[in-house]
Design a protein around this ligand. Sequence first.
Ligand code: 2BA
Length: 107
Amino acid sequence: MKLILAIVSNDDSSSVISVLNKANYQVTKLATTGGFLKTGNTTIIIGTDDEKVDHAIELIGQESKRRTEIVPSTASYDIGRYASFPVEVQVGGATIFVIDVQQFLKI
Ligand code: 2BA
């Protein structure tokens, strides 16, 4: 048995969890914070059989593809004067760890 830890963006977490649940994976969702950007992300814990790991990773990847989005940004030129302009940012993607499980108990 393996434990998958998948860190995904908050925006993708609902669709990742939904597709995993539909495929009969049991998941636990943790609200986490990235150490670098200090913004919220979601860590999904999945305990599953060894032979189902690749399929779970495929489903996670489908729902959390890296993509670029255009978001508004502002710059200040001098006191009290601001200009708004669009910037391209990378969002999505998943960071995944797969760990061997020594024991799995439900008591
Ligand atoms: P990613 O590498 O896609 O990582 C997204 C989030 O996944 C990270 O959020 C962190 O919560 C988790 N993560 C990634 N690798 C990990 C690892 N080896 N162990 C534990 N958790 C891990 P943030 O820490 O907020 O990082 C957001 C993005 O900033 C990263 O995206 C990466 O593109 C960049 N980044 C992170 N650390 C960096 C650094 N020291 N220097 C430059 N860029 C960095």
